[in-house]
Design a protein around this ligand. Structure first.
Ligand code: SF4
Length: 244
């Protein structure tokens, strides 16, 4: 019987060698994420040994997040709701998730469910060759990395480089990446950017938009910082510090 969630891979992080896991959810039940849409398969990259909230608080999430400046132990503006991630982790630790098999890859291929690469965690912490069969079977994905300076460059064709400043965006673009830049609510777009389609009109969702799918002639994307007020405030303080 088709399960909702599967362990797609367990192994050592390509970032720091710590034990991590890739979990896919959404094969049966829709996701309630208004931005990504209900049909997207979500992917969770988690430390095997630490509850996500604990890891984030103590800075123990390097193996899945690398040196992402948005981490809770850094700027403290990661938009992911870690309580939801804790629930995925607890189910994983309870042994509730079966291993992904060729059957589920066939389901992806047949139904063409889009995949969000890294609903939490940086996709590049997991070997490229683990992801690519999933990406190719689905045929539709979105994904982002904060590790565009250090990762396997084959990722350029599937992931956006996540950046926070125009300088970072220009650098990443000059190295062949398309960029996804988080901006202050009132900040202007750069000439080669468009606003996230969902922010432009909230009837657009990632599952059909799919603009954030890696290198191509499509425009770069910018999106207004969003989330809890204190996270937005931390992000704005960070932006201010980078302009000094
Ligand atoms: S531009 Fe499209 S794919 Fe990218 S985040 Fe916005 S809605 Fe999702």
């Amino acid at each position: 019987m088709q399960q909702n969630s599967y362990i797609a891979w367990e192994g050592n992080s390509l970032i720091d060698g710590s034990p991590i896991v890739l979990i896919l959810t959404g094969f049966v039940f829709p996701s309630f994420n208004k931005k990504t849409g209900s049909k997207m398969i979500q992917s969770w990259i988690l430390q095997q040994e630490f509850t996500p909230t604990h890891a984030a608080k103590e800075g123990l999430e390097v193996g899945i997040c690398g040196s992402c400046p948005m981490r809770m132990s850094e700027i403290g503006s990661c938009y992911v709701n870690l309580l939801g991630v804790n629930r995925v982790y607890q189910k994983y630790k309870s042994g509730a998730y079966p291993k992904l098999s060729n059957n589920e890859i066939e389901v992806l291929r047949r139904y063409r469910y889009p995949i969000r690469l890294g609903s939490y965690g940086d996709p590049t912490a997991i070997p490229f060759d683990v992801w690519e069969p999933l990406i190719l079977a689905s045929g539709k994905h979105t994904g982002y990395t904060h590790r565009h300076e250090n990762c396997d460059l084959r990722w350029q064709k599937y992931l956006m480089a996540s950046v926070e400043t125009e300088t970072q965006a220009r650098q990443a673009q000059s190295q062949g990446w398309r960029t996804f830049r988080i901006i202050a609510p009132d900040a202007p777009l750069s000439k080669n950017e468009i606003l996230c389609r969902h922010t432009e009109d909230d009837t657009n969702q990632c599952e059909t938009c799919l603009l954030c799918d890696g290198a191509s002639s499509k425009p770069n994307i910018a999106d207004k910082v969003h989330g809890l007020n204190w996270k937005v405030s931390n992000f704005l303080k960070y932006l201010e510090s980078t302009s000094n």
